[in-house]
Design a binder for this molecule. Sequence first.
Ligand SMILES: [Zn+2]
Length: 74
Amino acid sequence: MKCMICKNGETRPGTVTATLHRGETIVLVKGTPAEVCENCGEYYLDEAVARKLYALAEEAARRHAEVEILRYAA
Ligand SMILES: [Zn+2]
């Protein structure tokens, strides 16, 4: 699809390190499948992936973690 940020690039399937903020907690999820813009690097998550990431962030926030680095597991 066309990138919505730079309106120039096309997105390609790839993986990213997604960053989520949940209150005071920051969660980094490596190897997250996403559509990545070949021009500006912006990434787009599909709904199922986004839901999974939010669940991980919620969990980390409940543990009162400051920063958590996780690996995406399908
Ligand atoms: Zn772009």
